[in-house]
Design a protein around this ligand. Structure first.
Ligand SMILES: Cc1cc2nc3c(=O)[nH]c(=O)nc-3n(C[C@H](O)[C@H](O)[C@H](O)COP(=O)(O)OP(=O)(O)OC[C@H]3O[C@@H](n4cnc5c(N)ncnc54)[C@H](O)[C@@H]3O)c2cc1C
Length: 124
């Protein structure tokens, strides 16, 4: 059972490392307990795919930080507080919160917002 850095290391920029290490360790421990109790554990869906979802969300934010998209969102002149709160929630580690559109459609929403913010700043 692999957890934390040995499964995947993204980048130190958004504190994804400690979140993913903690969540994967907790998830793995609970699944191992169920396994030892004789329960059938679906490792692929309950562990691999679950972790991959969180990793992929973080990956969007890491990639869009380095390509400048997030920069244009964070430092736009007119920022929407609700949107900023949703993005902050993701960066605080709530990468499995599917009620947040910036988790659910992370790649599309961040890129669309980044384009809009860049255009709004250029137009000014
Ligand atoms: C410079 C830097 C800055 C970072 N900044 C951040 C940050 O700000 N926020 C964030 O969230 N993440 C950050 N990270 C990433 C984060 O530190 C890691 O993702 C996280 O610590 C991974 O936890 P882990 O338990 O998987 O591995 P580790 O913390 O690496 O723990 C593995 C442990 O296993 C031990 N070990 C190795 N081999 C053996 C062995 N054979 N026998 C016994 N023990 C062994 C090691 O000594 C170590 O204590 C940063 C990483 C680096 C390098």
């Amino acid at each position: 059972m692999l957890t934390g850095n040995v499964t995947e290391f993204l980048d130190p920029v958004f504190s994804s490392g400690v979140t993913l290490a903690s969540v994967s360790a907790q998830k793995a421990a609970n699944l191992v307990i169920r396994h030892f109790k004789g329960e059938q554990v679906d490792w692929e869906n309950e562990y691999m795919k679950f972790m991959q979802r969180g990793i992929d969300v973080f990956r969007t934010y890491v990639n869009t930080w380095y390509d400048g998209t997030l920069f244009s969102i964070f430092f736009a002149e007119e920022r929407n507080e609700d949107i900023m709160n949703k993005i902050c929630s993701v960066l605080a580690g709530y990468v499995w919160d599917e009620s947040n559109p910036f988790v659910r459609n992370h790649e599309k929403n961040v890129r669309t917002l980044g384009k809009y913010m860049s255009k709004a700043t250029i137009d000014k």
